[in-house]
Design a protein around this ligand. Structure first.
Ligand SMILES: NC(=O)C1=CN([C@@H]2O[C@H](COP(=O)(O)OP(=O)(O)OC[C@H]3O[C@@H](n4cnc5c(N)ncnc54)[C@H](OP(=O)(O)O)[C@@H]3O)[C@@H](O)[C@H]2O)C=CC1
Ligand SMILES: CC(C)CCC[C@@H](C)[C@H]1CC=C2C3=C(CC[C@@]21C)[C@@]1(C)CC[C@H](O)C[C@@H]1CC3
Length: 424
């Protein structure tokens, strides 16, 4: 194995120091949130009520459960797919092929769970295992990231990610060295991005709903709303699975700790925070307020409007990228670029430069509102997501400027706001 020459790509996330801090802060935040959600005061800021000992964190049962879950998702991923899509062209001019069967995996998992619960599977007791499950998933993410780092040492230069090859171990371990690590035709990053964690989120939510029903006789309206909104969000991501192939996670970022931990642990255990909070802190929610959250809330948009913007913007761009002469997008105004591709300057993409992020943020707010306004904790997702999207938008901006140069600058002049019209 010959060591690869370090790449000259500018360092992101504050370089080695920044990512070292994140290596500790991300898992610590996740455990803090899980502990805070079940504590009486449910404080987002401030020390946790107590620190769990190793005997509370480590559980061979949780490890077994995690492996069964990942094994099930691997098996569903390997089932025949309704479609096999090609990814974008790689440095060596080849294109990878990806099965499009994520929605099918969600439906089959739901069927299997339904059968399991009918046969006595105690899904409602999963919330009691959340802490050890999060612990073993974090350990597994660390080990996987190390193995991915070692695997990348043998990868050809053309297979490396643009970032994540600085020569600094911690930085490269965090960002990921190889762009699309595969075992045969099994794509590790694509699998992790959309399967165990994303589908796991839905079933953690469902388990929390079932435990609430056991505790209080029936699930609360707030719990139904959170479950419904987030199920729709996950089902949408899997239905439109192919569009993930053009996200920066797939085309730009390597597969390292950031995505392994993010996809496998952070996503299911922190994105389910609202349902965790509701189990321990029931909130009264009447039907009129629930309807307002679905549609409109105090003059600001609710979930349906968020979803309408999110889906409308994503579909418009994806349709345009696939076939610019499609009747639904053919009339839109565009800017030509030197690459031969065009940029939309009217429709959703003429309103702000990231209308899909705007819709996503509105949905995030809408699925936090059923938790009431007495605590800041359930709004952690809105705060984190705002930071993530602002940072992601800045990274995308850099990449688009590099790709499209002057044409991108013209687009920014025509559409000056990034995410929120007239504000940001
Ligand atoms: N819940 C979560 O934790 C997260 C959710 N998301 C969601 O995932 C989805 C995908 O997000 P993401 O990959 O970040 O970004 P986008 O789907 O917004 O893709 C950005 C790319 O779109 C293309 N583009 C930008 N402007 C235009 C334009 N005017 N006309 C045509 N093409 C344009 C460019 O690529 P090119 O020109 O090469 O096509 C650009 O690089 C979003 O809906 C986001 O909200 C994302 C991250 C986390
Ligand atoms: C600093 C954190 C640990 C970073 C974690 C990031 C991941 C949780 C997210 C990175 C990109 C994601 C996308 C989605 C979920 C979250 C992660 C994995 C979606 C699948 C959500 C649904 C959308 O419709 C598509 C998204 C693609 C990107």
């Amino acid at each position: 194995m010959t060591p690869h020459k370090a790449s000259q790509t500018p360092l992101e996330f504050g370089g080695p120091l920044g990512v070292t801090a994140m290596l500790f802060l991300l898992p610590a935040t996740m455990f803090h949130l899980i502990l805070a959600a079940r504590s009486g005061p449910a404080r987002l800021l401030g020390p946790p009520a107590y620190l769990p000992g190793l005997e509370e964190l480590w559980s061979p049962r949780a490890l077994l459960l995690l492996f069964i879950w990942i094994g099930l998702q691997v098996a569903l991923y390997l089932l025949p797919a309704r479609k096999v899509a090609e990814g974008l062209e790689l440095k060596d001019k080849s294109r990878l092929r990806y099965p499009i069967n994520g929605f099918q995996a969600l439906v089959l998992t739901a069927l299997l769970m339904g059968l399991g619960v009918t046969a006595g599977l105690p899904l409602g007791s999963l919330p009691e295992m959340l802490l050890p499950l999060a612990f073993v998933t974090t350990l597994t993410s660390f080990i996987c990231s190390l193995l991915l780092y070692v695997k990348a040492l043998a990868a050809p230069v053309s297979a490396l990610a643009p970032g994540g090859n600085s020569g600094n171990f911690i930085y490269d371990f965090f960002l990921g060295r190889e762009l699309n690590p595969r075992l045969g035709s099994f794509d590790l990053k694509y699998f992790c991005e959309l399967r165990p964690g994303l589908i796991g989120w839905v079933f953690i939510n469902l388990a929390l709903l079932m435990q609430e029903a056991e505790l209080r006789g029936s699930p609360s309206l707030a719990m139904w709303l959170v479950n419904g909104f987030q199920l729709l969000y996950v089902a949408d991501a899997l239905w439109y699975e192919e569009s993930v192939l053009t996200t920066m996670d797939i085309i730009h970022d390597g597969f390292g700790f950031m995505l392994a931990f993010g996809d496998l642990a952070w996503l299911p255990f922190t994105y389910s925070l609202q349902a965790q909070f509701l189990l321990y802190h029931p909130q009264p929610l009447g039907l009129p307020m629930a309807l307002l959250i679905c549609l409109l809330k105090d003059q600001s948009p609710g979930f349906a409007i968020g979803y309408y913007i999110f889906r409308g913007a994503n579909t418009q761009k994806n349709t345009f990228r696939k076939n610019p002469s499609d009747p639904s997008v053919a009339g839109l105004e565009t800017i030509p670029t030197a690459t031969g591709r065009q940029l939309l300057v009217s429709g959703w993409w003429g309103m702000v430069r990231h209308p899909n992020y705007l819709g996503d943020l509105i949905m995030a707010l809408a699925w936090s509102l059923p938790c009431g306004v007495s605590h800041l904790l359930p709004y952690f997702y809105v705060l984190y997501f705002t930071v993530l999207l602002v940072h992601r938008e800045a990274r995308d901006e850099q990449q688009c400027l590099r790709k499209y140069g002057r044409a991108w600058q013209r687009y920014c002049e025509r559409v000056p706001y990034r995410i929120i019209p007239y504000l940001y």
